[in-house]
Ligand binder design. Structure first.
Ligand code: NAD
Length: 260
């Protein structure tokens, strides 16, 4: 898969999964915008790509801020000349049982995952439609787009919701050559997951080792974490796919945890 001449915006790319996707896209020829709330982290990620011979810029973007998203996408299009690929990846996790979950926490998580996906999609679609050369929209879902776990009501709800958004964008985007798909990773050892291990150990009253072995990896086929490279390879495949044959789909990358 070559992405030569393509322009990609990856949200939440200062860290974890988004950062690796940005690196892999750049290594395959794309110019990449690292869009993140954490500007310093985004700048470090962009600098590492540029030092390695790739082409990247950092963009300060809170994906829940309509004006910031619109301005950020405009800025990228102005600088790189187009937007061909969006990876809507920015995300957080908040764990609590439903009966103890603060409404503010519910709304915060929904805003980042769902409002952020909508706002970034809308801004990029406008560019893609106007240019008339198609595009790829990729949402970072989760195994929790398909399955539920205790303590994760807002996350599971938001990740299920992204499947619906992707399917609508697939239908609307088809006539413009825009495809929309969802990647659904199992557990990947990023800061987002590292924070959950002690939190869940406390909530369930078990050891951190037990959280990893008996909760996170229990239903995989081999007891292995999914890796950053596993997810980035899938994101590369979806970005480079050429036709509407692959749109409105969700691909689960989870060591068999979920087979739906
Ligand atoms: P991470 O914490 O390493 O990175 C998340 C990034 O999102 C950070 O750089 C953070 O600054 C950014 N971010 C947070 N709020 C933002 C906002 N409002 N606007 C812009 N950027 C914002 O996490 P990660 O594990 O790499 O997660 C990335 C995505 O992958 C998330 O959507 C997450 O739900 C999903 N995911 C992760 C796993 C996993 O096991 N790590 C599994 C399935 C899905």
């Amino acid at each position: 898969m070559k992405l030569d001449g393509k322009v990609a915006i990856v949200t939440g790319a200062a860290s974890g999964i988004g950062r690796r996707i940005a690196e892999v896209y750049a290594a395959h020829g794309a110019a990449v915008a690292i869009a993140d709330l954490d500007l310093a982290g985004a700048e470090r990620a962009a600098e590492a790509i540029n030092t390695g011979g790739g082409r990247a810029i950092a963009v300060a973007m809170d994906v829940t801020d309509e004006a910031a998203v619109d301005a950020g996408v405009e800025g990228v299009a102005g600088q790189f000349g187009a937007v061909d690929i969006l990876v809507s990846n920015a995300g957080i996790q908040i764990v609590a049982p439903v009966d103890q979950l603060a409404y503010a926490d519910w709304k915060k998580l929904m805003a980042i995952h769902v409002d952020g996906a909508f706002l970034t999609t809308r801004a990029c679609l406008r560019r893609m439609y106007a240019r008339g050369r198609g595009g790829a929209i990729i949402y970072m879902g989760s195994v929790h787009s398909k399955l539920a776990s205790p303590l994760k009501a807002p996350y599971v709800t938001a990740k299920h919701g992204l499947l619906g958004l992707a399917r609508v964008v697939a239908r609307e985007g088809a006539e413009h050559g825009v495809r929309a798909n969802v990647i659904c990773p199992g557990f990947v050892r990023t800061p987002l997951v590292e924070r959950q291990i002690p939190e869940q150990a406390r909530e369930f009253g078990i050891s951190e080792e037990a959280v990893v072995k008996d909760i996170m990896l229990k239903n995989t086929v081999d007891g292995e974490f999914t890796t950053l490279d596993d997810v980035a390879a899938c994101a590369l495949f979806l970005a480079g796919f050429q036709t509407n044959a692959l749109t409105g789909q969700s691909i689960v990358v989870s060591h068999g945890w979920c087979m739906e």
